[in-house]
Design a binder for this molecule. Structure first.
Ligand SMILES: Nc1nc2c(c(=O)[nH]1)N[C@@H](CN(C=O)c1ccc(C(=O)N[C@@H](CCC(=O)O)C(=O)O)cc1)CN2
Length: 398
C-alpha cells in the first residue's frame, strides 16, 4: 500500500478517527521497570533470608554461557550479580562457540543431576550449529528457570502452574503491579516468538479462575505478516499494546488509542542518526506514544530489569519446589511405615489420634531430613507464597 492509499485508508477508517481524538493534556505514566524490579528483589531477598533463618540452604542459579557475544555476557553478569545481591549463590560455566551440541547436552545433564543446583539456564542465542529446542528440552523441567522446556510451555498453554518464561512473567507483573485492568480488555501482542510473544498472549488471554490464572483479555497476536494498515487498525482498538516484534519504533503515536497501556518488550541497538553513537531503543516510539498512552514502559529501564527479577523469582520457586518434593517423599515414607504398623489405622475410631502421632512423627522425620540436606536444623514451617507458578502445598496434598 502506497502513501496516498495509506492516507485514504486513514481518512475513511472509523478506527483511525477513534484513535485521533483530541490529544489528552496528560502525558503517560512512565512505568519504572527498575522500581518494580527492586520490589521483587526485596520480596525474593526476604524469602531467602527467611529460608536461611530456618536452616534451609540458599537457592543456587546455574548458568551456561556459550560463545563471546558481548550482550549475552552482560546479561549473564547481571543475573549472577543480582542473584548474589539477593542472597543466592550462582555459578556460570563458560564454553566456546565451537562446543558441539553433544558436549553441551552432556554438560546440561551433569547440571541437572547436580543436587546443589536449584535453577539452570542456558543463555540464548546459541551458535547456529546448535539446535536451540534440543537444548531447552534437555534442561530438567523443574530446574528450567527460563520456562522454555516443552513441558513448561505445554503447561503454560494448558493454564497449569509452571515455570513462566521470565519476559512474559515480567510483562504480567508490570500489568498487575501497576493495576492495569485486563479482564474483558482488548490486547494486541505484536510479535509471536515462542519465548516472548506467544507466552505473553497465553498469560493474558487465559481464564483468571484457572490453576495458573490468566488475564481474561481478548488477545490478538499480530506478526510480521500482518500488513501495517491492519496492524494499525488493531492497535488503535487496543486497551493494551505489547510490542515484542524486534522492530525499532514500529509502534507510533498514531497507532495508539488515547489512554491505552503500552508495554515495550523490544531491545534494539541502533545507530543514533544525530550523534552517530549506538543506542538502545524499543519497538515503541516512546516520545510520540507517551503523549497518547495512559501507561508506557521505557527502554531501557522497563521490561528488561523486570526480566532479570523474574529469573530470580523462578530460581527461588525452583528451590522451594525441591524442598517440598523432599518433604512429600518423607511424608510418604512415614505414612507407609505407619500403615504397615497399624493396618486398621484409617478405619479405627482412634485414627484421628493416631493421625496426630503420624504428624508429629512426620515432623520429626522432616526436620531430620532437612537438617541432613542442609547441614543445619529446622524448627518452624511457614507456607510459601503461591502465585502463577508452582503451588507446593498442592503438591503435598496430592
Ligand atoms: N536464556 C535466556 N536467554 C535470553 C533471554 C532469556 O530470558 N533467557 N532474554 C534475552 C536477554 N536477557 C536475558 O537473558 C535480557 C536482555 C535485556 C535485559 C535488560 O535489562 N536490558 C536493559 C538494557 C540493557 C542494555 O543496556 O543493553 C533494559 O531494558 O533496561 C535483561 C535481560 C535474550 N537471551
Amino acid at each position: 500500500m502506497g502513501n496516498t492509499e495509506h492516507r485514504k485508508w486513514e481518512e475513511k477508517s472509523d478506527v483511525y478517527k477513534q484513535a485521533h481524538h483530541p490529544p489528552s493534556s496528560h502525558a503517560a505514566n512512565v512505568i519504572s521497570g527498575k522500581e518494580l524490579a527492586r520490589q521483587i528483589h526485596k520480596e525474593v531477598q526476604n524469602d531467602i533470608a527467611e529460608m536461611a533463618a530456618q536452616g534451609s540452604r540458599r537457592p543456587h542459579l546455574g548458568v551456561i554461557l556459550v560463545g563471546d557475544d558481548h550482550a549475552s555476557h552482560c546479561y549473564v553478569r547481571n543475573k549472577t550479580r543480582t542473584a548474589t545481591l539477593l542472597g543466592m549463590s550462582s555459578s556460570t560455566i563458560f564454553r566456546p562457540a565451537s562446543i558441539s551440541q553433544e558436549e553441551l547436552l552432556e554438560l546440561i545433564d551433569r547440571m541437572n543431576k547436580d543436587s546443589r543446583v536449584s535453577g539452570l539456564l542456558v543463555q540464548l542465542p546459541l551458535p547456529d550449529h546448535i539446535n536451540e529446542r534440543a537444548v531447552c528440552n534437555a534442561i530438567a523441567p523443574e530446574k528450567d528457570v527460563d520456562g522454555f522446556h516443552i513441558v513448561n510451555i505445554g503447561k503454560l498453554c494448558l493454564d497449569q502452574r509452571c515455570m513462566v518464561p521470565a519476559t512474559a512473567a515480567a510483562v504480567w507483573e508490570i500489568i498487575r503491579r501497576t493495576g492495569i485492568e485486563t479482564v474483558g480488555k482488548n490486547v494486541v501482542v505484536v510479535g509471536r516468538s515462542k519465548n516472548v510473544g506467544m507466552p505473553i498472549a497465553m498469560l493474558l488471554h487465559s481464564d483468571r479462575t484457572h490453576e495458573r490464572p490468566g488475564g481474561d483479555a481478548t488477545v490478538t497476536i499480530a506478526h510480521r505478516s500482518t500488513p501495517l494498515p491492519q496492524l494499525k487498525e488493531l492497535t488503535c482498538l487496543a486497551d493494551i499494546v505489547i510490542a515484542a516484534a524486534g522492530v525499532p519504533h514500529l509502534i507510533t503515536e498514531d497507532m495508539v488509542k488515547q489512554g491505552a497501556a503500552v508495554i515495550d518488550v523490544g531491545i534494539n541497538r541502533i545507530q543514533d542518526p544525530v550523534t552517530g553513537k549506538s543506542r538502545l531503543v524499543g519497538d515503541v516510539d516512546f516520545e510520540g506514544v507517551k503523549k497518547r498512552a495512559a501507561f508506557i514502559t521505557p527502554v531501557p529501564g522497563g521490561v528488561g530489569p523486570m526480566t532479570i527479577a523474574m529469573v530470580m523469582k523462578n530460581t527461588l520457586i525452583a528451590e522451594k519446589e525441591i524442598i517440598f518434593l523432599r518433604e512429600k517423599e518423607v511424608m510418604r515414607s512415614v505414612m507407609q511405615a505407619w500403615t504397615r504398623k497399624r493396618p486398621t489405622l484409617f478405619r479405627d475410631w482412634l485414627s484421628a489420634l493416631a493421625y496426630g502421632t503420624v504428624l508429629s512423627e512426620y515432623k520429626m522425620f522432616r526436620d531430620a531430613s532437612r537438617a541432613s540436606a542442609t547441614g543445619g536444623t529446622f524448627s518452624t514451617k511457614k507456607s510459601p507464597k503461591t502465585s502463577l507458578w508452582f503451588n507446593p502445598s498442592q503438591i503435598i496434598s496430592e
